[in-house]
Structure formats: structure tokens, C-alpha cells
Write a protein that binds this ligand. Structure first.
Ligand SMILES: [Cu+2]
Length: 147
């Protein structure tokens, strides 16, 4: 074994396995974003289990809340107040739908994918307002996660 490689192997052995650090991703809640009005930016986020999203007030009068019917079974639910910045840790693999409560009818939603999850065929809640369903279809198509 060449000497430099030998040294690298010794160093790696000393360091041991490096655990993946949990990350925090920022999502802004916006009345007018680059891609339209009433949006989360970004509106699709892929996380590793244990990562966190910090929902930031980009413009006022929005919140971030879990859509209870759109998430893996047993996943924690959350609901921020209007103009509240919340941090949510996503531990459980799967797809999650997130809404802004007052603007769900205007299609203010986003998708979070945690881990190597497959999109469940019944992910879209058919009882949601039409504009929310349309926005979900658009996000999932863009993210190449659609059925
Ligand atoms: Cu809103």
C-alpha cells in the first residue's frame, strides 16, 4: 500500500464513522413569490429523517400547518399561528402535505418528502379545495414524484 494511502486509512480509522448531521431547511411563507401568489418557497423539500424545516415569515398573514390527512401514519401534527415562525422536525419517512390555514382555498400548500419514500397513490386528499389539489399536482409533477 502506498504510504499516503496508508496514512489516509489510519486517519479514517481514527475518525471513525461520521454521523450525518441533521440539517435545517428554510421555507418562506409569501403573499407574492417568484412563482405566483400565496406560496411557500420552496414548495417542495426533500429531507433526510431527522431534518428540520424552519418556516419563516416572508410576508405577513400566513402560517404553516400539517394537513392531517396527508402524512405518514403516526406522524406528528403541527400548526403554527399566523405570523409565527415554527421549526418542525420530520423523523418519519414519507410524504407530507403542508398548508397555510387561511389560504388553503387559494392553493397555498407545499410537499415535504422525508427519506426514500414512494408517493402513496392516495396521497392527494380529494376533499381539498380545487386550487389546493391543482397546486399539489403541479408540485409533484415538477418534483418528478407524481404517480
Ligand atoms: Cu397564507
Amino acid at each position: 500500500m502506498p504510504r499516503s494511502l496508508e496514512r489516509a486509512v489510519v486517519l479514517l480509522a481514527l475518525l471513525g464513522p461520521v454521523p450525518a448531521r441533521a440539517e435545517t431547511v428554510e421555507v418562506r411563507m409569501l403573499t407574492r413569490g417568484e412563482h405566483g401568489s400565496m406560496v411557500f418557497e420552496p414548495d417542495f423539500v426533500a429531507l433526510r429523517p431527522g431534518d428540520t424545516i424552519r418556516f419563516r415569515v416572508g410576508q405577513r398573514s400566513h402560517n404553516a400547518a400539517a394537513i392531517e390527512t396527508m402524512g405518514p401514519a403516526g406522524a406528528p401534527r403541527f400548526k403554527g399561528r399566523i405570523d409565527e415562525e415554527v421549526e418542525v422536525a420530520f423523523d418519519r419517512p414519507g410524504f407530507y402535505g403542508v398548508k397555510c390555514s387561511p389560504h388553503l382555498g387559494m392553493g397555498m400548500v407545499m410537499v415535504v418528502r422525508v427519506g426514500e419514500a414512494e408517493l402513496p397513490p392516495d396521497f392527494a386528499d380529494e376533499t381539498l379545495p380545487a386550487r389546493a389539489k391543482a397546486r399539489f399536482r403541479e408540485i409533484l409533477a415538477r418534483a418528478n414524484a407524481g404517480p
